[in-house]
Write a protein that binds this ligand. Structure first.
Ligand code: BES
Ligand code: ZN
Length: 626
């Protein structure tokens, strides 16, 4: 079986070994190594870029906060890849299509049946001369990629807010387009909003634009559709450095700018190590707490959860992560969702490196250990197929397969390469990789073919193809992989062990100098079962239920739920109702759902929170409460 896989794999490498970096649509289909997956085929898009490709999108949209719809038009420039091709297929989800035109001439179209994961294909018949297709449409108030917030759900409570989240397959819920990461487009947009609000996009934003309710945008670099993003709200801007700044609601602006003041430095060290930043400005947008992710690397303007504003920069690796995507993800993108690890694994590797350059090796080691432990937990709980970097997502919604595998296993793989060939050499490789594939979308197989021509040739004595295949196509962590360690955690282990052995009392542990990471390590490595006496002692000594750090609170609440420590349940309820970030709330819902009483509690919190939750947070958690 394994031998078979290797033969197939070698065969597919031979096919690609001589091809130059190219967008995926230029490749011949072949079979992937680990199954009969067609390499480069996007199983999550109905579109047909191999025959007609969209190259530019011009949006004219009005945000109607009363009806909760975006209404207007998208004009798509098309380029025929096959002579005489006349059918353009686009992705949509929940869109009302009013009409489709070439200039003033109507074009005939049909909207196919809706697929629950993928939405509905829009088939448009072009004229032989058609170069631009204009679609008049409106989004649905339930669009999976748009969240409409009432004033009550914002920090300022005065104005409504809107934000989009397109990754992985949700751009189609607010724009009819070829929603595949292998299709790269430039875009322009005119967005009309209530005049007191500001619109920002993943494009060139002018911090000094007059606030008049009409905003123009230009994204001159070709990006995949999942990076198209829009937000509208009572936003103000504050510069953090020459090329960096932050947009936030007024009451959050100062705290955000202070928390993330190292962003400019991060940008500079990353450029020094991995090559010039390609996107002009790098700004942050702070969203309301319902944002379902920690961050989203929308180009030029990362979208950021406010839950990381801890007051002490303890959670700013998120910023390093979203910034790093400017290289790994936005400049080079995954060609299909199977290749997500190329985005997230490289970015996680870069994140650690950036954090080390800015905050030093102690922090690097601590974050590496915590990341490794998250990975180990996933390896324990996920089915083998989902432990593979190049994961098979056919027939599945990419949202359902979110885990630490593409992130931490991907990063660990790269760390092993680094250790084997030396840091300087590996950095030089990465810089060249970013340059060679700039503004391209690539598959795992293109990456391995590239490794063949580069590192595997240059370091033939040190690296082996079998080992690389094991990392990418086998479950688990290969034996002999690097294991991170941190001296700063030894004292924490000692303290925990002594306390568990009742050799010391909690309040006599010297925690004055402990960092947030040490606290997380202290809590995450407690035995699963603790007595109520032990929980009470921890809580009275360290006020864990009251922790303002959302990660520490999360770790503590996980312990509290598992051990039914009721004094923390008011806090737990508030936490679930006020935060929509899935990484923080989903494990709590999952843990609560394990007992009837917990489930009833979870249901109460969920029902109260639901009107404020993002569609993705609702769909990720409703199974735990119903
Ligand atoms: N691009 C991801 C978010 C994402 C991934 C959205 C896949 C949809 C599908 C973003 O860069 C990310 O990784 N966010 C993490 C940050 C963390 C690892 C530092 C998050 O939101 O938790
Ligand atoms: Zn990421």
């Amino acid at each position: 079986m394994l031998a078979n896989r290797l033969i197939l794999f070698t065969f597919s490498i031979m096919l690609f070994a001589c091809s130059e970096p190219a967008t995926n649509t230029e490749q011949k289909p072949s079979q992937a190594a680990n199954s009969n997956i067609e390499v480069g085929k996007d199983y999550h898009s109905f579109s047909n870029p191999e025959s007609i490709k969209v190259t530019h999108i011009d949006l004219h949209l009005k945000a109607d906060f009363t009806k909760r719809v975006l209404l207007g038009s998208a004009s798509l420039n098309v380029e025929r890849q096959v002579e005489n091709a006349n059918e353009l297929i686009l992705d949509t989800r929940g869109l009302s299509i009013e009409n489709v035109k070439d200039g003033n001439d109507p074009l005939s179209f049909t909207l196919a049946e809706n697929d629950p994961n993928l939405g509905a294909a829009l088939h448009i018949t072009l004229k032989p001369t058609t170069q631009t297709v204009t679609i008049d449409y409106a989004t649905s108030p339930q669009a999976s990629g748009v969240q409409w917030l009432t004033p009550q759900q914002t920090a300022g409570k005065q104005h409504p807010f809107l934000f989009t989240q397109a990754q992985a397959v949700h751009a189609r819920s607010f724009i009819p387009l070829q929603d595949s990461p292998q299709v790269r487009v430039t875009y322009t947009a005119t967005i009309t909003t209530p005049p007191e609000l500001l619109a920002v996009m993943s494009a060139a934003n002018d911090p000094n634009t007059p606030r008049d309710g009409v905003y123009e945008f230009n994204m001159p670099q070709a990006i995949p559709s999942y990076l198209i993003a829009l937000a509208i709200g009572d936003l103000e801007f504050k510069a953090m450095g020459e090329r960096t700044g932050v947009y936030a609601e007024p009451s959050m602006l100062e705290a955000a700018a202070a928390e993330f003041e190292d962003t400019e430095n991060m940008l500079e060290v990353t450029e020094k190590t991995y090559g010039a930043y390609s996107w002009d400005r790098y700004d942050l947008l702070i969203l309301p707490p319902s944002f379902p992710f920690g961050g989203m690397e929308n180009p030029r303007l990362s979208f950021i959860t406010p839950t990381v504003i801890a007051g002490d920069k303890s959670l700013v690796s998120l910023i390093a992560h979203e910034l790093a995507h400017s290289w790994s993800g936005n400049t080079i993108s995954n060609a299909t969702w199977r290749d997500l690890w190329l985005n997230e694994g490289f970015t996680t590797y870069l994140t650690y490196r950036i954090m080390e350059m800015i905050y030093g090796t102690d922090r690097f080691n601590m974050e590496a250990v915590l990341g490794y432990q998250d990975l180990q937990a996933d390896i324990k709980s996920l089915p083998e197929n989902d432990q593979i970097l190049a994961v098979d997502l056919r027939g599945r919604n990419p949202d359902d397969v979110f885990s630490n595998i593409p992130y931490e296993k991907g990063a660990l793989f790269l760390r092993e390469l680094e250790h084997k060939i030396g840091r300087e050499n590996f950095d030089a490789f990465l810089m060249q990789y970013f340059e060679d594939f700039a503004f391209k979308s690539i598959t795992t197989d293109q990456f391995t073919a590239y490794l063949d021509k580069t590192l595997l040739t240059q370091y033939a004595d040190t690296l082996s193809k079998e080992r690389i295949n094991e990392w990418i196509f086998s479950p688990g962590i290969p034996s002999g992989a690097p294991v991170p360690s941190s001296n700063a955690f030894s004292v924490v282990d000692d303290a925990r062990e002594q306390w568990l052995a009742e050799e010391v009392q909690a309040n006599s542990i010297d925690t004055k100098e402990w960092t947030v990471h040490q606290w997380l390590y202290f809590l995450n490595n407690m035995p699963r079962e603790l007595t109520s006496k032990q929980l009470l002692e921890l809580d009275t000594s360290f006020a864990l239920t009251q922790s303002k750090n959302n990660e520490i609170a999360h770790s503590w609440l996980m312990i509290a739920v598992h051990n039914e420590y009721k004094p923390a349940y008011d806090r737990l309820y508030d936490y679930l109702v006020s935060i929509g970030r899935n990484k923080l709330v989903k494990p709590l819902y999952r843990e609560l759902s394990k007992t009837a009483e917990g489930k009833a509690f979870a249901k109460r919190a969920f029902e109260e929170a639901k009107p404020g939750y993002h569609p993705l947070t609702i769909s990720a958690n409703e199974g735990y409460v119903n």
